[in-house]
Design a protein. Structure first.
Lengths: 325, 327
């Protein structure tokens, strides 16, 4: 075991891909001499050169589509979209093309590419740079959406993504890059589509993903001070979605709270709520609760920004409310 | 015709270009018929009037070359060698179609022929074609990617982004604009400042570009020979604008009554089929009788294709979930 940052885990995952697979190249904005907007590809330009590191102009649609075309031709490109906000400029390529090519061509073509991007608010960059669209992409058959919350998951999930024959959106969180965690010394692969029970508990299941896992774990600590034994589950993937793990937990704890950073209306948490209530209704002591981002564009000003994103105290209070019902 | 006979082509090949054009024209006539009978659903955009482009261009490619195109894709599919049977069956939504009935008219695919697909989001095929060319460059192949688009696509951001990427990375790709003067119902004169000289837009990307009479199959072929040489010899991307005209509306649902009669008449006078037929006869390469024989053999092929499509089975219910992901 060693302890590395989430950023280092992403870098390592990319290096492994470049070192182990000649078919792999990276393509994205400022991933070359600049080293990446989040310094993930620092030093890559010198190490791998311009053939493997395609430093692209600000043309999200063209370089994402170029990744799709190269994947159709048999290569294994990794596309970096600087943030998920900018992914909207490439949404045509991701949704209308990458996700459809296998099905519409009756299996004659596939687009096995990984599109990495960065989600989340809290970095003081205001509403156009603080959004969480991974739930939208999870609604598209043909895509897979992976949302790691720890360095270990970054490495293990990324290695599995490389084995897939279909497009993956690999969504990192802007506030997680500096976080640290243990990673095994082996080349561990974590299967796609398996949720992770981060903390076992008996009183309530708190289900979340990405940075909200950290928030949920902190909430669970607060709850433990009140004698409440919370279970925390990290979805790790939004599509495919591991429903059995969630249902099993709901049947054990009889209370469920879903935590999501995106706004509640139309959010992914609703999908979890519906599945849990459908599969575990008879086991529940209270309606499944939801804590989500406020229904506002994320503001710049620090106190307002903090109010708009779920925090441990709000999550803990929501859990108490469910249990007191 | 504007050109002298192609040195590379003997009589048999020259006559075959006619046959291919005729096959596309009759395929489209039949597809419109089948549409009105309810055997073809959704949108049907026929290629009638533009045959010289697909046939002339495709005649210069090797089997390794990649072709990417737009939703008006029947002509290119047939010119690349997808059979009338498979194409018609796809229009019918049958399992024997070249996309297994999953894609329909706008989404024809054939991996064995490197026909990388018809794409129905205008401009969406350009980034993908750019990526195919990038893959060829990455692997140091001599392959050319030929990417078709209409004049409507020029106004999409994906056109400008892709032209730029191809240019800065010297990718082995030919961007081929079929300028038929209308983007659906909108005359290009109202939507694009450079609508008569789209090829000049390539100058902004430092890309070699040419304009050609798209209703002259030999002119298209001649220019494409030059273009494929240019790209294969590592000189980077190239842009072609071919002027042509839809003899029918945007889709079968469109009577195209927004087009002035004199304009339609003018272009009917430039119909690539009679033009090429007259040229072949004038050059003594074919007789009227031989033309009749070809036409009648094409008719038979089309009748057979409609029968094949009609008699083919629809996909089975299990096919609904097949092919969303790797299985």
């Amino acid at each position: 075991m060693s302890v590395i940052t989430y950023r280092e885990a992403v870098s390592q995952a990319l290096k492994e891909a470049l070192d182990e697979d000649e078919r792999t190249f990276l393509i994205g904005e400022d991933i070359g001499p600049y080293g990446g907007a989040f310094a993930v590809t620092k030093g890559f330009w010198d190490e791998y050169g311009k053939r493997r590191i395609k430093d692209s102009p600000l043309s999200e649609s063209a370089f994402t589509g170029a990744g799709i075309g190269a994947a159709m031709a048999g290569l294994r490109p990794i596309v970096e979209l600087m943030t998920i906000n900018f992914s909207l400029l490439a949404a045509d390529q991701i949704v209308n093309h990458a996700a459809k090519i296998r099905y519409m061509s009756n299996g004659q073509f596939t687009a096995p590419l990984i599109v990495r991007t960065v989600t989340g608010g809290g970095a003081g960059v205001a509403s156009t740079h603080s959004q969480c669209f991974e739930g939208w992409y999870a609604s598209v058959p043909g895509l897979q959406v992976v949302v790691p919350s720890t360095p270990r998951d970054v490495l293990g999930l990324f290695r599995s993504c490389r084995d897939l024959e279909d497009p993956v959106l690999f969504v990192e969180h802007i506030l997680l890059y500096g976080t640290r965690g243990e990673v095994p010394d082996t080349s561990e692969k974590i299967p796609i589509g398996l949720a992770d029970v981060k903390r076992s508990g008996n009183d309530i299941s708190i289900i979340s993903y990405s940075r909200m896992v950290q928030v949920s774990e902190a909430a669970a600590e607060l709850l433990s001070q009140d004698g409440i034994d919370a279970e925390v589950i990290d979805l790790r993937c939004l599509r495919p979605l591991d429903i059995p793990t969630l249902v099993e937990s709901a049947k054990k704890t009889h209370n469920v709270l879903v935590v999501e950073e995106a706004p509640q209306l139309g959010g992914f948490a609703g999908e979890i709520v519906a599945n849990v209530q459908q599969e575990a209704f008879d086991y529940l002591d209270a309606p499944v609760g939801r804590i989500a981002g406020e229904e506002v564009p994320i503001p710049y000003s620090y106190p307002l920004e903090q109010m708009s994103i779920p925090d441990p105290e709000r999550v803990a209070q929501a859990a108490r409310n469910i249990l007191e019902r | 015709m504007s050109t002298s006979p192609d040195k590379d082509l003997g009589k048999v090949q020259l006559v075959d270009l006619y046959r291919q054009m005729r096959l596309i024209r009759e395929f489209e006539r039949e597809s419109e018929r089948q549409y009105t009978r309810g055997n073809i659903r959704g949108f049907l955009h026929v290629y009638s009037g533009e045959e010289a482009i697909a046939v002339g261009a495709m005649s210069t490619l090797t089997p390794e070359d990649y072709i990417v195109t737009h939703y008006r894709d029947h002509g290119q599919a047939l010119a690349r060698g997808i059979s009338a049977n498979e194409a018609m069956a796809e229009l019918f939504g049958k399992s024997t179609g070249c996309s297994g009935g999953k894609g329909g008219s706008m989404h024809l695919f054939d991996a064995a022929k490197n026909f990388m697909g018809g794409y129905a989001i205008v401009g969406g095929q350009l980034p993908i074609a750019t990526g195919l060319a990038l893959a060829s460059q990455y692997r140091d192949e001599k392959r050319v990617t030929l990417c078709f688009m209409g004049d409507g696509a020029i106004n999409e951001g994906e056109f400008h982004e892709s032209m730029n990427l191809a240019s800065i990375w010297d990718l082995p790709i030919i961007f081929f604009c079929e300028n038929n003067l209308y983007g659906m119902g909108a005359p290009a004169s109202t939507t694009l400042h450079m609508y008569k000289e789209i090829y000049k837009m390539a100058d902004a990307f430092g890309m070699a570009s040419y304009q050609v009479d798209g209703n002259d199959v030999l002119a298209v072929r001649e220019l494409m020979l030059k273009a494929t040489d240019h790209v294969r010899s590592g000189k980077g991307p190239l842009f072609i604008e071919a002027h042509t005209y839809r003899l029918r509306g945007h889709s079968v649902a469109d009577p195209a009554d927004y087009r002035p009669d004199e304009e339609v008449k003018y272009w009917e006078g430039l119909d690539p089929l009679p033009r090429y037929q007259e040229w072949l006869i004038g050059e003594g390469l074919i007789s009227e009788e031989e033309i009749d024989e070809i036409n009648s053999s094409v008719d038979d092929e089309i009748v057979a294709a409609a029968e094949f499509a009609g008699n083919s089975p629809f996909p089975v219910p299990e096919d609904l979930y097949k092919g969303v992901y790797n299985e």
